[in-house]
Write a protein of this length. Structure first.
Lengths: 313, 290
């Protein structure tokens, strides 16, 4: 069973088709939802939560129909909205407890979990302060805390690093990685930042203009590019390249001592260094290819050598 | 999760039933409403007339006290007209209380954009409104239904003659009259608070919704020489209804009397209008058209 299944999902808002016949199945543990601003990421999340009625098709979350089982979906899901969303004149612990009680926890358990969630996200020391006095980073963290307090099976994070400074962003990414590592909760992370998705997700759904541009397993993509190596060498480049070919590499050499290799699984980096030493070749630069998500994204966006607007890397 | 380990663990304990979730909202809303000193002040103010009325009931039912205090004035009678005055007084205090409390219940949520987070939990829009409605209605019952019924019970206890059994329809009238006003005020209060995000303006708007149509209705009645303009006058409509519910003698010019069905229809229409406003405004997401 997929975490999220989409079956020709179409959503119209204000007379405009925002999601257009989305079909696909997402099974990853941490799913990234990527796309430029206005691609339909937030609309898809809102539809999964039952805020928008699909005009056609359907969606299933954790096997539950988003049209029929809204309450059961919301019971199993924690949601961190993109924009500020809190009750400013409540203190942190009261707000998180309130949300946990709404999610069905009895009052005593809700209070206990509220304290725990606030300590977990790093707001333990400020939990008795009014939320209206929190900094932007703290407000993001308290949204995460309320989404976690009731122990959801799926945690939906809409632009979790929005407006955070580098330290706060790193803290948020670390928390997300930590939740993912614990294994009990699936994650759906919407972002227009490739780096956030790249660091936290194992599967990505790319939306563009309300359509699915790509669904990709980042882990597999990473594995497939693991042995793709670019080198700059000095010495007998041709001989080195031929030797590497004879060892089973796909190899191409270019002017200026540049060599590109796709290594078979049987070879390791050590073989590369040994062969280079054999031929007296000096390795001046070596780079394993790692920006696979960017490649996937650019392909999906029909990148034609120009700049992709609104998408940060 | 644990405070000491700072680890995350899923929750595996028991859950409350889905039907009880609006009560969570009502509990938090009541706490929010009554955490203000102004609310407490208004509540105390609203109970002062009840204290005076308790004394009146005591004096009316005590011949010695009556002889000492009234000294030849006409004797006090505790009946339909007395309870009509009590109900009217308390209901206007309820309007003041509603104008203060209702914006606290909804405007805070709208002002901080809390609806997406609230409604992402297993509670429907109806459940959300039901919770807020219960909190407001209960707060208004504290100053209307409960004082009136307390006076009724005290009169039943203090009356030297058997009184309660003969006046049971009066008790039913008090309950029905207060309930109609509480429902109307709660609906108007919630709708105005959902429409106007600024609390102070929302408070003013609640008074305006009650009194401005009365002026418009008065003008329409005068120009068109008709009694139907009075239907827009909520204070008059409610006074008429309460008088009929309690079985009190009429004090209005018979020529201007309105049919009960028309008055009920107007109140129903007002409630439907409020429901439509709430349906339009209480959403997790705003849809931008075009």
């Amino acid at each position: 069973m997929g975490v999220i299944s989409l079956d020709r999902l179409t959503v119209r808002l204000g007379g405009r088709t925002v999601l257009d016949g989305l079909t696909g199945e997402l099974r990853g543990h941490a799913i990234g939802l990527l796309g430029p601003n206005g691609a339909g990421k937030s609309t898809l999340i809102n539809t999964l939560l039952g805020f928008h009625e699909p005009a056609g098709g359907g969606a299933r979350v954790l096997g539950l129909d988003a049209r029929v089982d809204r309450m059961r979906i919301r019971q199993s899901v924690g949601y961190m909205p993109e924009n500020d969303s809190f009750i400013g004149n409540m203190n942190g612990v009261r707000f998180v407890r309130y949300m946990a009680e709404l999610a069905g926890l009895p009052p005593a358990e809700a209070l206990e979990r509220a304290h725990e969630a606030l300590f977990y996200v790093g707001l333990g020391e400020v939990r008795y302060r009014k939320i209206s006095t929190y900094s932007l980073g703290m407000k993001q963290l308290i949204k995460l805390a309320q989404g976690l307090a009731h122990g959801p099976k799926l945690l939906i994070l809409d632009e979790p690093t929005n407006g955070l400074d580098p330290t706060a962003r790193q803290r948020m990414i670390q928390l997300i990685k930590d939740i993912r590592k614990q294994g009990g909760t699936h994650l759906l992370i919407s972002s227009h930042l490739l780096r956030d998705i790249d660091e936290t997700c194992d599967e990505v759904l790319i939306l563009n203009k309300g359509r699915i541009a790509a669904i990709s397993n980042i882990e597999e993509e990473r594995r497939s590019h693991r042995q793709f190596i670019e080198m700059e060498v000095a010495g007998s480049t041709e001989a080195f390249a031929k030797k590497m070919q004879s060892l089973g590499c796909e190899c191409a050499s270019f002017a200026g001592g540049r060599v590109k290799l796709v290594m078979p699984d049987a070879l390791s980096a050590q073989d590369l260094y040994v062969t280079a030493a054999e031929f007296g070749v000096q390795i001046r630069r070596i780079q394993q290819r790692r920006d696979s998500l960017e490649d996937i994204f650019l392909r999906a966006m029909d990148y034609e050598g120009g700049r992709v607007d609104h998408v940060g890397v | 999760m644990s405070v000491f380990d700072h680890d995350y663990r899923p929750y595996e304990g028991r859950l409350t039933s889905l039907r009880s979730r609006p009560l969570v909202l009502a509990r938090y809303a009541l706490h929010e409403a009554w955490s203000s000193k102004i609310t407490i002040g208004l509540f105390v103010l609203a109970l002062l007339p009840t204290l005076v009325e308790l004394v009146i009931v005591y004096v009316a039912d005590n011949p010695v006290a009556q002889a000492l205090i009234m000294r030849g004035s006409p004797s006090l009678t505790i009946g339909e007209l007395f309870f009509l005055k009590v109900l009217e007084t308390q209901c206007w205090f309820a309007l003041v209380l509603a104008a203060w409390i209702a914006p606290r219940l909804v405007s805070f949520d709208l002002g901080d954009n809390a609806l997406p987070i609230l409604l992402s939990h297993p509670i429907s829009r109806f459940g959300y409104l039901l919770g807020k409605f219960l909190a407001l209605a209960l707060s208004l019952a504290y100053v209307t239904l409960i004082p009136c019924l307390t006076l009724f019970v005290y009169q039943s206890y203090a009356s030297p003659q058997p009184w309660a059994m003969g006046h049971l329809p009066l008790a039913a009238g008090i309950v029905a009259g207060a309930a109609v006003w509480i429902v109307l005020l709660s609906m108007v209060g919630l709708a105005v608070s959902a429409w106007v995000k600024w609390r102070v303006i929302a408070t003013g708007a609640i008074f305006a919704v009650v009194f401005v149509p009365a002026g418009v209705g008065g003008i329409a009645s005068a120009i068109l020489r008709t009694r139907w303009g009075l239907l827009l006058n909520i204070p008059v409509v409610m006074s008429e209804l309460w008088q009929r519910m309690l079985g009190a003698p009429t004090i209005m010019n018979p020529r201007l009397e309105l049919p009960t069905s028309a008055m009920v229809a107007v109140l129903l229409l007002a409630c439907l209008l409020c429901a439509a406003v709430l349906n339009a405004r209480i959403r997790a997401r705003e849809v931008v058209r075009g």
